[in-house]
Design a protein around this ligand. Structure first.
Ligand code: ADP
Length: 734
């Protein structure tokens, strides 16, 4: 079994395991690819989402900032125009030398400027010389300053509205200059300009995280949150433009074009550009909002790192999720594999269990049939004497089922009621561990009431751990042996009886010897007495007669000894079935003797079985004796073949039981019938003539009678008549 098992269990494994390993590796690789894809896709998706959100924010922010910028830039458009309409301005332009007018104009401009909230308000003559200004009384007063090189002056002098952002020539502070012409009789006689500071809008930008800036039509940054970028060019500026800018000093005196420290890269798939900062590699999403009416472009930015961060966060999350997914998948795969292995193991286990169960069943069946076939009873008891097991033979032996016996404590139901004390003793001896190894004979009582003779052999019951847990007894049924012994004893008793019958004969022949002497002496003494009497010799006659009587007494003593021998056996009278006695007599001797002589035997029983109170052995001897005489008579007589039969008849007669022995011998000569029973009456040459006498003595000792008569049709009838022990149901007359 073992090599086969190991071959089955071991051999197929390597061939199965390799594809499974390959499958497992492929599965893991596919899983990792999927996870990587998932991570990349999640990063891109998150980045795109974040970018879109940033663009949306930038667009909204750009619109709001542009609106605010335009609001500030156009807020004072009206002021130069309305100021130019004032008569005092015209008067000033007509009378520039009048100090009074100048003072009045200065006061006016100062009041209007203050009221409007603008930075500066001033009036220039057609040569660009400032005649009056709202800041006339400050150190940086515009009065007497000439701004003819400023484009807004030219625009206004040309009759248009001028707008110009630049660095103030006088103050050096940047601002938005808006100008309007002063008309008089269809002619431009001067220019009014207002300067508006843009700081109120630009200052909050500095608080923002990401740069915001405004470029002019040439791409020069002139307003923004990064001071270092101011007045730097985002595009190359043509030389003519540079000259012009230097000429009109828009961005201060000594301005030279310097490129901004970044570059804008356009992306076709995005609504804005990407701003790449020089040096630190920072990148911003840059949304440009054009303000065409002002010729400006507002650029709002957002650090593109948020997109990167969003991507990285998505990567991290996706990696985590993928990791979990991979772990989950691996766990699932592992679990599936375990389950499959468990299934395999379970199937294997079930198979093994089935095999073991089958083997156990076989062993159990084998043991069962072995137990069932055992003729020896098996009984196991625990240490307290409780029956824990009995086999079929034990159950058969005592007539109880196993379930009726198991669990029983002494006294057991099969203990013989007549021997309870002995059973208790035996049980205590066994439980005390003192059982004899030679076994113990035990008479049990079968459930049906019969006696069962057994031999009990008891040994210790040891369990699988070597522990003494009780007692195991094997029980051999020796009833048959006992019965055989009894039968043997009976046979021996019968033999003894036969021997006793024979002994009677022997005794008789011995007696014959013994009696011969006194009888011969008797005859001699009698003859001598007769002769002495004839001679008249009384003296010797008396001696002879005394000797004669002494011999007669001796003979009588011998006969008495026979009677005593017969009686010396203690008479054991008991109720006996007469037919059984007749049958027994036949079995003992008669049938064999009749067969030897070629004579048939017939037994007749009429009516109910008859019980007599008798000594069975002696009665049998009487029947045997009568039977032998009958056979003898028939042997000498040679009766006709049809009558060649010994007949034994048992019958009831008026409260008596009769046994008749009938033959077809010569019968009894007349006058003989009564003498037959006398001692020493015999017609046979070798006869002793004591048999019938003893038989009669026996029958009479039992309260019965023995008689003889001739039989009708020839032969003799010898009849034993005994009182019935139990009254027969129907008395019949033979
Ligand atoms: P024994 O057999 O020694 O003669 P018994 O007392 O048995 O002594 O018998 C006495 C005599 O009775 C016998 O000698 C025989 O003459 C006679 N007798 C006994 N039985 C029968 C019989 N069945 N038929 C005829 N005569 C018998």
């Amino acid at each position: 079994m073992a090599p086969a098992d190991s071959a089955e269990a071991g051999a197929p494994r390597p061939s199965h395991r390799l594809p499974r390993l390959r499958r497992g590796a492929g599965f893991i690789a596919a899983l990792l690819c999927l996870a990587a894809l998932l991570v990349v896709a999640a990063g891109e998706w998150a980045a795109q989402n974040e970018r879109d959100a940033q663009w949306d924010n930038l667009r909204r922010s750009g619109e709001v900032q542009a609106l605010a910028l335009r609001g500030v830039a156009t807020r004072y458009n009206y002021l130069p125009f309305t100021t130019a309409q004032h008569p005092l301005v015209r008067q000033l332009l007509h009378h520039p030398a009048s100090q009074e007018v100048r003072d009045a104009a200065n006061a006016y401009l100062q009041a209007v400027n203050e009221h409007a909230g603008s930075d500066m308000l001033y009036v220039m003559d057609p040569q660009g010389l400032t005649l009056a200004s709202s800041n006339w009384d400050t150190p940086n007063s515009f009065v007497h300053q000439n701004y003819r090189n400023r484009p807004y002056f030219h625009d206004a002098l040309g009759g248009d509205t001028g707008r110009f952002y630049g660095v103030g020539k006088t103050t050096g502070e940047p601002g938005l200059f808006v100008s309007a012409p002063v008309h008089d009789n269809g002619r431009v006689i001067g220019v009014v300009a207002v300067k508006v500071r843009m700081e109120p809008i630009a200052n909050p930008w500095e608080q923002l995280r990401d740069p915001v800036f405004v470029t002019d039509a040439r791409g020069i940054v002139f307003l923004g949150s990064e001071p270092s970028w101011l007045y730097r060019t985002s595009h190359p500026v043509p030389a003519a433009d540079v000259q012009q800018l230097q000429h009109n000093e828009q961005y201060g005196t000594g301005w030279t074009p310097r490129p901004v420290p970044w570059a804008l890269r356009q992306h076709s798939d995005q609504p804005g550009a990407e701003l790449h900062l020089d040096g630190n590699g920072k990148r911003y999403l840059a949304f440009e909002e054009a303000l065409p009416d002002l010729g400006w472009t507002l650029t709002v930015t957002a650090d593109s790192r948020v997109v990167t961060v969003a991507r990285q966060q998505a990567w991290a999350l996706a990696t985590l999720a993928s990791g979990l997914l991979v772990l989950g998948a691996l766990y699932w795969q592992l679990r599936e594999r375990r389950l499959a292995e468990n299934r395999q193991a379970r199937i294997g286990l079930e198979q093994r269990v089935q095999e073991r169960t089958h083997a156990l069943q076989q062993a159990q069946a084998f043991r069962q049939s072995m137990e069932d076939s055992l003729l020896v009873g098996m009984r196991a008891r625990d240490l307290e004497g409780r029956i824990v097991y009995v086999n079929a033979a034990m159950c058969d032996m005592v007539g109880y089922r196993a379930d009726e016996l198991i669990g029983q404590l002494p006294p057991y139901p099969y203990w013989h009621p007549d021997e309870l004390d002995r059973h208790w003793n035996d049980s205590d001896t066994v439980l005390a561990g003192k059982a004899s190894p030679q076994g113990r004979e035990n008479r049990l009582r079968h459930r049906d009431g019969s006696d069962v003779y057994t031999m009990f052999y008891t040994t210790r019951l040891i369990d699988g751990h070597g522990q003494h847990i009780g007692w195991m007894s094997s029980v051999v049924n020796i009833t048959a042996q006992k019965r055989a012994e009894e039968q043997q004893q009976q046979r021996e008793a019968q033999l003894q009886r036969v021997q006793r019958v024979i002994t009677v004969g022997e005794m008789a022949s011995t007696l014959a010897h013994e009696l011969n002497q006194p009888l011969a002496a008797l005859v001699n003494y009698a003859a001598a007495a007769r002769a002495l009497a004839a001679q008249g010799k009384t003296g010797p006659l008396n001696d002879s007669l005394e000797a004669l009587s002494a011999q007669a007494l001796r003979a009588a003593d011998i006969v008495g000894r026979i009677r005593r021998w017969v009686r010396q056996h203690p008479e054991s009278r008991e109720p006996c079935d007469l037919s059984a006695i007749v049958e027994q007599s036949l079995e003992l001797l008669l049938r064999a003797e009749a067969r030897r002589q070629g004579i048939a035997v017939r037994v007749e029983q009429t009516g109910a079985p008859l019980q007599v109170h008798a000594d069975r052995v002696l009665l049998e001897q009487v029947v045997i004796n009568l039977g032998l005489n009958a056979l003898q008579a028939m042997q000498t007589h040679q009766p006709p073949p049809e009558g060649h039969e010994l007949r034994l008849r048992v019958a009831a007669d008026h409260g008596h039981a009769l046994v008749q022995v009938l033959d077809r011998g010569p019968g009894l000569p007349p006058g003989i019938a009564e003498r037959l029973f006398e001692p020493f009456f015999t017609t046979r040459s070798d006869g002793l003539g004591l048999g019938l006498n003893i038989c009669r003595s026996i029958i009479e000792s039992m309260g019965g009678q023995l008689q003889a008569r001739n039989r009708e049709g020839g032969g003799a009838v010898f009849e034993i008549r005994l009182p019935c022990a139990v009254a027969p149901e129907a008395a019949t007359t033979p």
